[in-house]
Design a protein around this ligand. Structure first.
Ligand code: MLT
Length: 266
């Protein structure tokens, strides 16, 4: 499995497919590339070279525990990976925290962007209470480990209906959260709390972008996602019916087809 030394850390990624059409998949918090396995297989089978890294500290990537994992730094790692692989441009796909990193990537490396897919994410910064909660969670994780992140987040990662019914998808996602190193989560929380407001940038984004969002996302209201698309004349919006925050997992089939339709036009 490939790893490369990028920005003083060992960055791990998986890849499948080949050719000049590249999709770079950026995972959410506190997860790793395995949240994208369905998309890796689907798009590799349809002519795309698909690359899914683990952000620094997550999965099999290392990090520097003294350093805050900012969205800018994660974007620099992703750009460094493209350079390492000799890839000039890619479609950048980010879900939730991966979406924040996608915005940071586009801001720092617009020349490397062919198009953006913003899945279950938001452009607004954290309001004061949410920021405070990030720092509190950091202390809880210091004491209790990754279980605290799993217990706090897992109950809202899918639609309320799916949580009521129960599904192996929920246990699988919980397992990723539990195996995420507490140090990685602790390094990221201040970076998430202090991330910039992207709302003013939306109208000026040059790359075509798709906003795709689960109708029943309990973490980030779908109405805000719609506004994120309405802010830019070149943006498109798709709602994933019935799906929650992890829309790419909860209804992978619908998600993949919608992204594929968008990609036909970029
Ligand atoms: C995610 O799913 O990546 C997180 O919920 C993002 C966040 O905590 O803001």
């Amino acid at each position: 499995m490939p790893k490369a030394k990028i920005n003083n850390i060992e960055l791990f990624w998986v890849e499948a497919g080949s050719g000049d059409n590249v999709l770079l998949l950026l995972h959410g918090f506190p997860l790793d590339h395995t949240m994208w396995l369905n998309q890796v297989e689907y798009f590799a089978g349809r002519g795309w070279r698909v690359i899914a890294p683990d952000h620094r500290g997550y999965g099999q990537s290392t990090h520097n525990p003294q350093e805050v994992t900012t969205v800018d730094l994660m974007a620099q790692d992703a750009a460094g990976l493209l350079d390492h692989l000799g890839i000039a441009r890619a479609v950048i796909v980010g879900l939730s925290m991966g979406g924040y990193v996608t915005f940071a990537f586009n801001r720092q490396f617009p020349e490397k962007v062919r198009a953006l897919v913003l899945a279950d994410t938001k452009a607004e910064p954290d309001p004061p209470q949410a920021r405070e909660n990030r720092y509190k969670l950091r202390e809880t994780i210091r004491q209790q480990g990754s279980t605290a992140a799993r217990d706090g987040m897992l109950p809202v990662m899918f639609s309320p209906e799916l949580h009521k019914q129960g599904s192996p998808m929920i246990d699988d996602l919980g397992a990723i959260m539990l195996r995420t190193k507490p140090e990685a989560i602790m390094a990221t929380l201040p970076g998430l709390a202090e991330r910039p407001d992207v709302v003013p940038e939306l109208p000026g984004i040059k790359a075509p972008y798709l906003v795709i969002h689960g109708e029943k996302d309990q973490l980030m209201p779908v109405a805000n996602a719609r506004l994120m698309a309405e802010a830019n004349a070149r943006a498109k919006f798709v709602e994933v019916p019935g799906a929650g925050h992890m829309a790419n997992i909860e209804d992978a089939e619908f998600f993949n087809r919608a992204v594929e339709d968008f990609l036909k036009g970029v």
